[in-house]
Write a new protein. Structure first.
Length: 517
């Protein structure tokens, strides 16, 4: 007899194979057999999301959350799906339920840290969610034998990621990888993502001394491969993001293990030694809210590709924008838009009658909800469809000013806006996800674009919106390619210095410790 569990398993395999419609059929059969099983509603939500049906996914996940009110996983998936659909009808109640579940859930449940990233949260909440998730994904993995730590001519550094292709992480890291000092460091890349055949993939492969495709390996087999390669320092670039294999580090394949770049916060893992940040995103007085030791780069923790330049900008009319408009760019994903942020943006539109809000599309359902939430301002919103990275960078040049999101800032999107010459106004808060844009802007010496509260944020946008000369002054500073942000030769030396300090402690038999910039 076919069981609900068997149907779920088949449905999950179909969804991963890109056959979400067939998966939904099986899940409906499972619900007919057992209409109150939480896991079936979760899988149904995932399948609907794969089809871009975020509103329907949120409804399926709401049922899961009602059946399991103390499950942080169910509550987290629900509110994240609702955010993707721009459905804020139950925003406050859903956020309260997620926070309550975080405190009530057992320590080994999947803690949904990524859901907290896009929502109001405290650093302590993000740490607890991340620690729960790390324990959950590392279940059953055993440490490998420790090998003797010994000095050698070059420090062997491995980078582990699924994003060594046409992806934001690769776009940020490409020049850094090219600039690593090969006389002092043996750089190895371990890819568990796809080979998309893109120019970025070819560039990344060419930049690595050793490039290894580990996608077919299980977590345990991946750990064994990393261990066999006798890495000195292993850097996970994914953290708690989709497609992560961070759990392999629970086997302790390398003597020094580091989290960097992919996830904006602590891993919560007792098997990660350091998190790389900078004085803005990871001040040392935030150390209690990190499971790792904080290791600070002196400038922005996020690398850039100084060689990446936008192509020819399209005409505004081709993008649906008016030639005479003040174009305010909202380039962050819709799930980062919260009701207070949307209210602030609507306030800006009312105070700047010539402005158009140019927002990255979240799909038909989300766009329709945002238009409805805008009321009589809806006609002044233009949605930008998803396009490839180079086309996106070229079109960003038509923006007059970029409006950052909060409480979760734009990360790569802030770098993209600056690379296209568009100034960005941000609001900095107390947690890593809400401090990234401030770090980028501070490195670019654009401190005047960093605000501390919603009122100041709106005022700064409106002041710049009315002052074309001030905007041009900011654009001139960006065009000068400030060294704090774009000098990748210096960035590579700073990062290598940090690696050397980590490795020197390990060679001396000392435990990991905070490494100030």
């Amino acid at each position: 007899m076919t069981t609900p569990a068997a149907l779920r398993s088949q449905a999950e395999a179909l969804r991963h194979a890109g056959r979400a419609v067939e998966a939904i059929d099986l899940l409906m059969q499972a619900l007919a057999l057992a209409p109150t099983e939480v896991d079936t509603y979760l899988q149904l939500g995932f399948a609907l999301q794969a089809l871009g049906l975020h509103s329907q996914a949120a409804e399926a996940l709401r049922t899961a959350a009602m059946l399991a009110p103390h499950s942080v996983m169910a509550q987290g998936y629900l509110i994240h799906a609702a955010q993707k659909a721009a459905d804020w009808r139950e925003f406050d109640a859903d956020l309260a339920a997620l926070r309550a579940a975080l405190q009530a859930s057992p320590d080994d449940e999947f803690g949904m840290p990524f859901a907290f990233v896009g929502l109001p949260h405290t650093r302590a909440e993000l740490k607890r969610a991340a620690a729960m998730a790390s324990r959950h994904v590392a279940r059953g993995l055993k440490p490998l034998p420790r090998r003797p730590i010994r000095a050698r001519e070059r420090v062997r550094v491995g980078y582990l990621s699924a994003d060594f292709h046409a992806h934001a992480t690769a776009a940020l890291m490409a020049e850094l990888l090219e600039r690593h000092d090969r006389e002092r460091f043996d750089i190895r890349l371990y890819s568990h993502g796809p080979d998309d055949g893109s120019p970025m993939r070819r560039r990344i492969v060419a930049a690595a001394e050793t490039f290894v495709d580990v996608a077919p390996l299980s977590l345990a087999a991946l750990a064994e491969r990393l261990h066999a390669d006798e890495l000195d320092i292993l850097v996970d670039l994914k953290g708690h993001t989709a497609g992560s294999r961070m759990a392999a580090l629970a086997c302790r394949p390398a003597p020094v293990q580091v989290s960097w770049l992919g996830f904006p916060g602590t891993s919560g893992a007792n098997f990660i030694d350091y998190v790389i940040g900078d004085p803005v995103v990871t001040p040392l007085d935030h150390a209690a809210d990190y499971s790792e030791c904080i290791a600070q780069l002196p400038h922005c923790y996020q690398p850039q590709d100084g060689r990446r330049m936008p192509g020819n900008a399209p005409a505004r009319a081709a993008l649906g924008l008016r030639d005479d408009a003040l174009v305010l760019l909202g380039a962050n994903a819709v799930y980062k838009i919260t009701p207070p942020l949307w209210a602030a943006w609507m306030d800006v539109l009312r105070r700047l009658p010539a402005a158009q809000l140019w927002q990255l599309s979240g799909g038909e359902q989300a766009d329709a909800r945002l238009r409805a939430a805008a009321g009589d301002l809806a006609e002044r919103i233009v949605f930008a469809p998803p396009v490839d990275m180079d086309t996106h960078l070229a079109r960003l040049q038509v923006a007059d000013l970029a409006l950052d999101s909060w409480p979760c800032n734009g990360h790569t999107t802030t770098s993209d806006a600056l690379a296209a010459g568009a100034p960005v106004v941000t609001l900095m808060n107390d947690s890593f996800p809400g401090r990234v844009a401030a770090s980028i802007l501070a490195a670019a010496r654009l401190d005047a674009c960093i605000t501390q509260d919603a009122g100041d944020y709106v005022e700064r946008i409106c002041a710049l919106g009315r002052d074309a000369a001030a905007r041009q002054s900011l654009r001139d500073r960006i065009a000068a390619r400030p060294a704090g942000l774009y000098d990748m030769a210096r960035f590579a030396r700073d990062l290598e210095s940090l690696y050397a300090r980590m490795w020197d402690r390990a060679l001396a038999g000392q435990p990991p410790a905070a490494l100030a910039a």
